[in-house]
Design a protein around this ligand. Structure first.
Ligand SMILES: Cc1cc2nc3c(=O)[nH]c(=O)nc-3n(C[C@H](O)[C@H](O)[C@H](O)COP(=O)(O)OP(=O)(O)OC[C@H]3O[C@@H](n4cnc5c(N)ncnc54)[C@H](O)[C@@H]3O)c2cc1C
Length: 475
């Protein structure tokens, strides 16, 4: 279904004099051949071998603007990168200055307005910690070290998503360096087209240097894991799948098959086993949460950790890998999950399937995610019932090939129930970005790209070209 996201080593960048870049960012610019270049170009997903023409580490919006202007003057393009969680689809970067934002780490919280501001390099864990001090909760995802900006530009689905919607539609302002190198603000009153485009339209419209977003006035929730033996994968999925569609909006959960590695870091009861996990959060009172979860608890899990807990703890609820990780994946959005889909999915990923995937997952969609958010940006909703994701570890080229084949096989198994949409944040290889949006929104995004980035300076992981530009390798 997909090509491996591993980007082949690109050809050496065309010979051009890049010395004008060297003095930018206080010298934090790395060119091929420099001693620091290999470390500087390394994304979070270390299976991706990105080799840009230069890597810049600006520490301020003014430094970002200098880099953007200098790149344009040299005939280079610009790609912004926070962490490199979604480096896979970026493609060859031979003529690209990679603007890595990890030096821009400021977070502030306005508890009166219930708005947080994060600079471009901020990771979700930093926001969660900062807002917790004020008894507030942010719409983070499952990983502590995903970047707030990349996540928010692409949508952002977390543990409160079926009640509060996508993080993108809770962003209230962006600070942006435009492709022309101007520093601007985009919000509901200023640069409103840009504000609309950035709420779902990804890195196509400029380098975001900071954003402001709503945070919410609660600091505990009812959350945890239900764990079952892998042999019960189909049975548990049948119950969860039927339950998920009818669950109240306060409930956001996922179902996963986990192949737990036989290594010491893993909890002894699960080490080396295939287990099935339902995890998630239920907003509301304990009584409401217990009532909502009762049909799942009736399945008799071997472990049940659901209880009231501080929302700050949910940043690690899913136990996502942290730090540089070599990963391959595939993902789809599903409209339904009939018995045939369950059999196909468990047949491709469950015990006895031969799958080497570390996980195969369905996230529960619907609720507020399925309804157009009031005053939304380019991604007003995410149609579909389930978000499928398969992830394998790619520590060696052989593992990468096998894991990618298994992820593709799993995606193909459920593809008959796929809808036309991709959730681009979890598309870690090149897909047709048009399928990330409704037709009207995509046409408006394309028109805005032509107006806001007429020279096509920006290089995004999921490119939205101006009308009539053809892109290679789409599926
Ligand atoms: C382990 C893991 C867990 C995840 N969990 C979730 C989850 O729970 N919910 C969810 O919705 N998604 C999740 N994702 C997907 C995640 O939201 C995307 O990978 C997102 O793109 C990551 O943003 P980043 O900045 O960390 O990554 P990057 O790869 O750095 O950025 C991705 C893209 O965002 C754009 N971008 C980044 N920074 C800027 C900037 N400053 N200005 C302009 N454009 C920019 C660029 O186009 C860039 O290519 C997860 C991914 C992984 C690998």
């Amino acid at each position: 279904m997909t090509a491996s996201p591993t980007v082949p080593a690109s050809a050496a960048p065309a010979a051009r004099d890049l010395t004008p870049l060297r003095d930018l960012c206080g010298g934090a610019v790395h060119l091929p051949g420099d001693p620091g270049y290999d470390d500087a170009r390394m994304p979070w997903n270390v299976a991706v071998d990105q080799r840009p023409a230069a890597v810049a580490y600006p520490a301020s919006a003014a430094e970002v603007a200098e880099v953007v202007r200098a790149a344009g003057a040299l005939g280079l393009r610009v790609a912004a990168q926070g962490t490199g969680h979604n480096a896979g689809p970026l493609g060859a970067l031979d003529d690209v200055v990679l603007v890595r934002t990890s030096a821009m780490t400021g977070v502030t919280v306005d508890p009166e307005r219930k708005v947080a501001r994060a600079e471009a390099g901020v990771l979700w864990e930093d926001v969660v910690t900062a807002v917790a001090e004020h008894g507030l909760t942010a719409l983070h995802g499952s990983s502590p070290d995903v970047g707030v900006v990349g996540y928010s530009l692409g949508g952002g689905i977390g543990w409160y998503a079926r009640k509060l919607g996508l993080q993108a539609n809770n962003v209230t302002a962006f600070e942006v360096v435009t492709p022309a190198g101007d520093v601007v603000r985009a919000d509901a009153a200023t640069n409103t087209d840009l504000f609309w485009a950035l709420r779902g339209g990804g890195g196509n419209f400029g380098v975001v240097t900071a954003l402001e977003f709503r945070v919410f006035d609660f600091d505990t929730t009812y959350a945890g894991w239900l764990v079952f033996d892998g042999s019960r994968a189909a049975e548990v999925l049948r119950t969860w799948g039927a339950w998920a569609g009818d669950a109240p909006d306060e409930v956001t959960t996922s179902w996963r098959v986990l192949n737990v590695p036989p290594i010491e870091e893993m909890p002894p009861p699960f080490r080396g086993r295939t287990i099935v996990v339902i995890d998630g959060a239920v907003m509301g009172t304990d009584e409401e949460a217990e009532k909502a979860l009762a049909p799942l608890r009736a399945l008799g899990p071997e472990m049940d950790t659901f209880e009231r807990q501080p929302t700050a703890a949910l940043i690690r609820l899913h136990m996502d890998p942290e730090g540089p990780t070599p990963a391959v994946s595939d993902s789809l959005v599903l409209d339904s999950l009939p018995d045939a889909a369950i059999d196909a999915l468990v047949g491709a990923t469950g015990p006895g399937s031969g799958s080497t995937l570390i996980l195969a997952e369905l996230r529960q969609l619907g609720g507020a995610l399925g309804r157009a958010h009031e005053g939304a940006g380019a991604l007003p909703a995410l149609p579909g019932q389930f978000l499928f994701l398969a992830v394998g570890i790619a520590a060696t080229p052989e593992m990468a090939a096998k894991s990618q084949a298994d992820a593709t096989r799993a995606a193909e198994a459920v593809a008959p129930w796929q809808n036309r949409t991709y959730y681009l944040n979890l598309a870690e290889h090149t897909v047709d970005a048009a399928k990330g949006y409704d037709e009207e929104s995509y046409a408006r995004l394309q028109a805005l790209r032509a107006r806001l980035d007429p020279t096509g300076l920006m290089v995004a992981n999921h490119p939205i070209p101006a009308p009539q530009v053809e892109l290679p390798q789409q599926r």
